[in-house]
Design a protein around this ligand. Structure first.
Ligand code: COI
Length: 357
């Protein structure tokens, strides 16, 4: 299984981790993978100790943001080893983002191999508790040192890992979401469907304002006339209306094609819950909140897993869902998804890549 060049470290970072308070993305595991693209090709790359990485001030990504990233997790398998969840989906999405940002593709099978080998070398850093996991952060950026605005000639891919708990402090408790009425994350024809720094930079001011007002996150509307639902930024959004799941379509090109979103839609169909991907106006959402046909809403994302929405705030009004409790469908999705990821229930879809050790 192991064929990537590996350099062992002399000391481990293990004891610097507060395992009772992992939070999200605060601690980093012993090993990372680094590969370089130069003269039109990727080198083999290597697994080396995690640590500071030197760059020059002129490195173009610092200035012009030609960078993309991914997020995926290794889960402790309760009967031994670890489980990766659909890593090929992340490999493919990385390359779709790459196209948008004029970045060269990284071979998809190699991506999956890197994640598998890092899982093995960082196996002590996979948390044992359900709801916690080892989060992988692949980041691929233009690393030429030049100040002209143009695609980089050289690229660097780094994949590093962080033992994490829930993304939101609320965990599985419902979150308060503010419908964003002033700022826009992206527009049609923009970068919205790519996992790239600019989309997250565009979200910071709105998120700061929302946090100050007591909200966990904002719900983005389209950047043209703020009339249709996009996503929550750290997760896709799904609504349960009249017992069916509806979620914004990917066709607008303004939302991320989430692996968890896709998995939830497939699990729902398998459970006999009908699903629809479509353009959803905020008016339709408010109407269904007012007339009670919307019974639940939840976010879905790798970091956030399934995050039930307790209330939406829009035009100075709060709309509480399901008495601020997790709903039946959200709970079922959480149980099924995490059950598969932690090896507690059968993976009916062939999504799990098991790593033995
Ligand atoms: C993920 O769910 O993996 C994300 O990348 C979301 C966020 C932490 C930026």
């Amino acid at each position: 299984m192991l064929n990537i060049k590996f350099t062992e470290r002399s000391t481990t970072r293990f004891s610097s981790i507060n395992w009772d308070k992992l939070g999200f993305g605060k601690y980093f595991a012993d090993y990372m993978f680094v590969a370089k693209y130069n003269n039109g090709e990727w080198n083999e790359g290597e697994i080396i100790p995690y640590g500071p990485y030197e760059i020059e001030p002129s490195m173009m990504t610092l200035h012009y943001g030609q960078t993309i990233f991914e997020g995926l997790k290794a889960y402790n398998n309760f009967s031994g080893g670890a489980n990766l969840f659909r890593p090929i989906m992340n490999a493919r999405r990385l390359n779709r983002s790459a196209k948008t940002l004029v970045i060269p593709d990284f071979p998809e099978d190699k991506f999956v191999q890197v994640v598998k080998e890092l899982t093995y070398y960082n196996r002590e850093f996979i948390p044992k508790k359900k709801g916690e996991s080892l989060y992988f952060r692949p980041v691929l950026y233009g690393s030429s040192n030049i100040l002209g605005v143009q695609p980089s000639d050289e690229y660097t891919l780094i994949v590093f890992c962080s033992p994490v708990a829930s993304y939101y402090e609320e965990g599985l408790n419902p979150v308060k979401i503010k419908v964003e009425e002033n700022h826009a994350r992206t527009v049609r024809g923009g970068l919205g469907s790519a996992k790239t720094a600019a989309n997250y930079a565009a979200s910071l001011l709105a998120a700061k304002e929302a946090k100050q007002q007591g909200f966990a996150q904002v719900l983005w509307l389209d950047g043209v006339d703020l009339s249709n639902i996009d996503e929550v930024g750290a997760m896709n959004i799904l609504f349960v209306i009249d017992g069916n799941i509806i979620t914004p379509t990917l066709e607008s090109g303004t939302i991320l094609n989430g692996v968890t979103r896709d998995s939830v839609l497939k699990i729902a169909e398998w459970l006999g819950i009908s699903t629809k991907e479509k353009t959803i106006s905020i008016n339709e959402i408010i109407e269904s909140l007012e007339n009670g046909t919307m019974t639940e809403a939840f976010g879905a994302g790798t970091a956030a897993t399934i995050s039930p929405v307790g209330s939406f705030y829009y035009k100075n009004k709060e709309f509480v869902l399901n008495n601020n409790q997790i709903g039946e469908v959200s709970q079922k999705m959480y149980d099924t998804l995490l059950g598969m990821q932690y090896g507690e229930i059968k993976d009916e879809f062939g999504w799990i890549e098991h790593i033995s050790f």
